[in-house]
Design a protein around this ligand. Structure first.
Ligand code: KG4
Ligand code: ZN
Length: 364
């Protein structure tokens, strides 16, 4: 096998169209370019991601993103060793756009094609950024998914637990919607929360009374809706400071739940892997500073090394897909022109299916 492997990655499973070029060699991984074209303004009037609009926008933008990523990397297709593409899970129209685009590029250039599980892309990101050795415990927390995974290898994951309904990012997005704030909700709610009192409202910390590390966030959303309605009745509207307090109290509930469940997942993980005390987080919600800090504290208390990728690599991007493609390629995996787009694709095939479906259809 060549010392250096350079892959183009494509990502289009939700509402970001992305292309990136990543090179992996003996001294680690290098992101040569990473282009992300968001679709926030296209979906804004609808208060959430509209699958058909997303799919059309991906089909329009993918070629441009690929051109830009190649130009930025200073490479042409002939300098590459392969093409990696998100083949699921996600919104099927968008995933299909990406897979078709990748097939066209692979057929035209003769390069190998590698289908990548989007969740594996997130879960392997700490290896891209920090060269983290297997195994490690991973909390994958975004708009479509929330699960604790032990990463044993590029395609080997075991799930310790996950959300049984909404994902936390989805709860952040719904909270923003209920409070009249723009999408995506996470960053806006975080900004509002920074100026609010996290103790102003006593929101539930769901499933903390039950053992294990499964989670639930839909009740929290209902509690927020009730609190908002009570405030509106009392004040005849939603005063700015109360909105900030609602955001801060909501964020604190998510933070406390994730921190306590991480502690429990770490106990289970360390029992199985005492020699490798390593915990990493990825996914859009990992961009939240309060949540990152809480996870860092839990890790420090338990004597575990904590890795959180830089924010731009926590949210959806194609560098993680190119990298995960290289990791799969190195195990000997290859896909053909029969590669299919999969709306659902659990990382741990042996674990029972989680109940929730999530607004982005990306849960597994
Ligand atoms: O991983 P990602 O880009 O897309 C998938 O869901 O796969 O994550 C996007 C999600 C959105 O729900 C967004 O509101 C949330 O991550 N998010 C945040 C923050 N930044 C993004 N949630 C909380 N705090 C943030 N700062
Ligand atoms: Zn994602």
């Amino acid at each position: 096998m060549k010392q250096h492997l350079t892959f183009l990655g494509l990502e289009s499973s939700c509402d970001d169209t992305a292309a990136a070029v990543v090179r992996v060699g003996p001294d680690g991984a290098q992101i040569l370019s990473s282009v992300v074209a968001g679709q926030t303004e296209l979906h804004a009037p609808f208060g959430g991601v509209v699958p058909e609009i997303a799919a059309r926008a991906h089909a329009e933008k993918l070629d441009l993103c690929v051109e830009e990523a190649l130009a930025e990397s200073g490479l042409g297709l002939r300098d590459l060793d392969g093409i990696a593409v998100t083949a699921g899970p996600g919104l099927i129209g968008g995933v299909m756009s990406g897979v078709m685009c990748a097939k066209g590029l692979a057929a035209g250039s003769g390069l190998p094609l590698i289908g990548v599980n989007h969740l594996a892309g997130h879960a392997l990101t700490p290896r891209l950024t920090d060269d983290l050795a297997f195994p490690y415990l991973m909390l994958l927390v975004s708009g479509g998914h929330c699960q604790f995974l032990i990463a044993h290898g590029p395609e080997e994951f075991s799930r310790l637990g996950g959300t049984i309904d909404d994902a936390p990012g989805e709860a952040f997005d719904k909270t923003a919607k209920l409070l009249g704030l723009p999408q995506p909700g996470g960053p806006v709610v975080e900004a509002e929360a920074a100026q609010g009192d996290p103790k102003a409202f006593a929101f539930p910390r769901p499933l903390l009374d039950r053992p294990g590390c499964d989670m639930s966030f839909s009740g929290l959303k209902t509690a927020l809706l009730r609190a908002r309605d009570a405030v509106v009745v009392e004040h005849g509207g939603l005063p700015r400071q109360v909105r900030r307090d609602l955001c801060a109290s909501f964020q604190a509930a998510v933070r406390d739940t994730l921190a306590e469940k991480s502690r429990r997942a770490l106990v289970q993980y360390l029992d199985l892997n005492p020699a490798q005390p390593s915990f990493a987080v990825a996914g859009g919600v990992a961009a939240n500073k309060a949540i990152r800090a809480a996870l860092e504290t839990v890790s420090a208390e338990m004597g575990v090394a904590f890795t959180a990728p830089p924010l731009r690599l926590c949210t959806d991007n194609a560098a993680m897909i190119a990298f995960a493609g290289i990791e799969r390629f190195r195990t000997g995996a290859r896909d053909g022109m029969d590669l299919t787009a999969r709306p659902r694709w659990p990382l741990d095939q042996s674990a029972p299916a989680l109940l929730g479906s999530g607004k982005k259809g990306a849960k597994a």
